[in-house]
Design a protein around this ligand. Structure first.
Ligand code: SF4
Length: 63
């Protein structure tokens, strides 16, 4: 699975993805949206990207 992306324009910074999958996502409070961590492990390894994408209330996570 390739690295996921977060649509910054859609993201409402609810924090669900970073809580569900902290190995991959982090909330950038200053910017007001979530980001894929610079040193994120792969989604295959983390095993939680899909759940995060499903939980995202605005469908901002693309896998
Ligand atoms: S779950 Fe979606 S809306 Fe919430 S912080 Fe993550 S990307 Fe943003």
């Amino acid at each position: 699975m390739a690295s996921p992306t977060v649509d910054e324009d859609l993201c409402i910074a609810c924090g669900l993805c970073s809580q569900t999958c902290p190995e991959v996502f982090e909330l950038n409070n200053d910017a007001g949206y979530a980001e894929v961590k610079e040193n994120a492990i792969s989604c295959d390894e983390a095993g939680c990207c899909e759940e995060s994408a499903d939980l995202c209330p605005v469908n901002a996570i693309e896998l």
